[in-house]
Design a protein around this ligand. Structure first.
Ligand SMILES: *Cc1c(COP(=O)(O)O)cnc(C)c1O
Length: 370
């Protein structure tokens, strides 16, 4: 880079990019890692077989442009149909779909409104695409106020239920109010739908402004392959597809995802059974945490959100015992439990009970000395 170039700013990254940190969670290798909300039982056996057999014949070719086989399999899984004016856009993780949706609908300077705290990537994709986050706090009991969100009249309104990191779900009434009254595009992130008592995907048939995103990274056990999708009216999906670009789901990922959706105990049956296990163990873990004097939020996902002012020290002590949980700090104080915890919380992924026993043992020791 010559001095002249530097002076002229020709090699300067965009302002929005310069201001962004790299995503850098604590990733120390640990025997028990529950710091990401992935499927801790593994991947569907049918997906493992599909990757192995697809590899030799499909790796030298480009995948399908817009992942048509995946689209058909997912729409069937969701009970939705193109005949009803519904389309599907897939992506390299649902991150990719969220990013493309913001880019497709938001002009520079437009607002993306959401209740906080929520998925960390949302303010990042918002800024990266030149938009502005409009952050509205959750209520004292993790409520999302639909009226406040709608009153903001943002170009894009983002809802996340069950919500990451709080694990809490929105009421049907609140979701429907936002979908029916928002001024612009509503993006409803259902990354944890498979663990939730109530899902809202079918609202896409009632509203033309709704895009529902989901992922193969959580219940489906394919986080390493990066596959996600959004469903909505064909007009919305077409715009997001344009903004996304071709070839985003690689051939092996597509083969694995399609296989996971097929009938049978090695495929969709495996996913459903593991999700049911996660829900049972989640409740068992929550009572164990309450016995230790902690207060996890009511969870509708495969993880628990545990406000405690000692979160950073507890996480550090647990890591020394080779158990990795996510410690969150600087959370907004509007939620009563988070305020009492001075903005600190732990996020703990749910997995097979044996790993939860190891986790509880490390937690008990950490609480004793942290
Ligand atoms: C994990 C997660 C996602 C998605 O992840 P991908 O791996 O990119 O599909 C999206 N939203 C929320 C709220 C998540 O927690």
């Amino acid at each position: 880079m010559s001095v002249d170039d530097r002076r002229a700013g020709l090699l300067q990254p965009r302002t929005a990019v310069r201001g962004l940190p790299l995503y850098a969670p604590d990733v120390a290798p640990c025997a028990v890692d529950v710091s990401e909300n992935v499927n801790l039982w593994g991947s569907p056996p049918a997906s493992l077989r599909a990757v192995t057999s697809a590899a030799p014949e499909r790796m030298n070719r480009y995948p399908s442009l817009y992942s048509t086989p995946l689209r058909d399999a997912v729409l069937a899984y969701l009970g939705l149909s193109e005949a009803n004016g519904i389309g599907l856009v897939s992506g390299c993780g649902s991150d990719d779909v969220l990013d493309a949706a913001i880019r497709a609908f938001g002009e520079a300077g437009d607002e993306v409104a959401f209740a906080a705290p929520t998925f960390v990537m949302i303010p990042i994709f918002t800024r990266l695409n030149g938009l502005v986050p409009a952050v509205l706090p959750m209520g004292p009991n993790y409520e999302v106020d639909p009226q406040r969100l709608v009153d903001r009249r943002a170009k894009i309104t983002y809802l996340c239920t069950p919500n990451n990191p709080t694990s809490t779900a929105m009421t049907r009434e609140a979701v429907e109010y936002v979908v029916d009254h928002a001024a612009g595009l509503v993006v409803l992130d259902e990354a944890y739908a498979e663990f939730a008592p109530d899902v809202f995907t079918s609202l896409v048939t009632r509203s033309e402004r709704l895009l529902v995103t989901r992922t193969f990274s959580k219940a489906f056990g394919l986080a390493g392959l990066r596959v996600g999708y959004g469903v909505g009216s064909t007009a919305i999906v077409e715009a997001v597809t344009r903004a996304r670009g071709p070839y985003k789901v690689n051939a092996l990922a597509e083969a694995a995802a399609v296989a996971a959706l097929s009938e049978g105990p090695d495929a969709l049956g495996w996913v459903t059974a593991r999700a049911a296990d996660a829900v049972t163990i989640r409740e068992r873990l929550a009572s164990a945490l309450r016995e230790l004097g902690l207060e996890p939020a009511p969870s509708a996902g495969n993880f628990l959100f545990v406000p405690t002012s000692r979160a950073p020290a507890i996480a550090r002590e647990m890591r020394q015992r080779s158990v990795l949980v996510r410690a969150l700090s600087g959370l907004p104080h509007d939620i009563a439990g988070v305020k009492a915890a001075d903005g600190h919380a732990l996020r703990i992924g749910v997995g097979p009970w044996e790993s939860m026993e190891r986790l509880l043992e490390a937690l008990r020791e950490a609480l004793a000395c942290a």
